[in-house]
Design a protein around this ligand. Sequence first.
Ligand code: SIN
Length: 311
Amino acid sequence: MVSLATDYCGATFPNPFILPSGIAQNIPEDHLRAEAGGAGGITAKSLTPEPREGNPMPRVIQVRIDGKPLGIMNSVGLKGPGLLKGIPLLKDLIKRSRVPVIVSIFGASISDFQILAEGMTAVKPRILELNLSCPNVSSEFGEPLGMGAKTAGTVVAAVKKIVGKMPVIAKLSPNYPGIGEIARSCEAEGADGIVAINTVGPGMVIDIRKRKPVLGAKSGGVSGSIIKPVAIRCVWDVYEAVKIPIIGMGGVTTVEDAVEMMMAGATLVGVGSATYVKGMTVYSELAEGMTQYLRENKITLSELVGWAHRA
Ligand code: SIN
């Protein structure tokens, strides 16, 4: 009997395909749509200390290469309700969801992360994600704290001190050298898991008729099929560097992509940009495809994780 149930940081996910942070915007409505589409878990949009209007429109666009829709670019700019209004919304999401909810926080400084972590002790999520890697707000806040091993580890240590036993995972960027070393520093400071990767870039698309960049913020993080090889390599590097489990994401659209991501080392697989192309039912499609793959290949999900490292 094939089972897709996956344990990650003490929570049981009915299948390994989860909504990453940054895709669904409104809490809880947009997030619950992913669950209705079959997602095995939900990550809420990263919460910031203060409410944020977000970057100018358009914020999310399709990237076409050679006429084919191969990617997405976003520069949402962490639009959101801020901590005070966010706490009841997150509590509501957790109450209404039947799958594990990962809550995500973004701070521009260690003290921001500490304030947010205090707030999360009231929310009590199953897992807390530290977004150390948003590429869309650096003109405002400078480079993300996850750009270096030392700062990333310092944030993890500061948050762990506040949230105690709550599992903490760090979402890392592909945009700085040494993702394995950064993951190792997070693990050494108490991180319970790693999320790899956030979007690549930032990148830019220019409308040649209007002769100007398409995104309102001009540039934004790149995701979707075009970044999959970068994501696979990053997950591979993190798996080689740490023992804590990985949520792998970046360009997963088909069951073959998911198998590849797991063979690189992912225990759970984030599926984000594919929802723009296939809709939220992409999660149940992947779950069905994975069940068939495991049956045909006579292997289990846990055997798939990191397989390529042992080959
Ligand atoms: C955004 O809100 O700009 C995206 C969030 C992220 O990439 O971390």
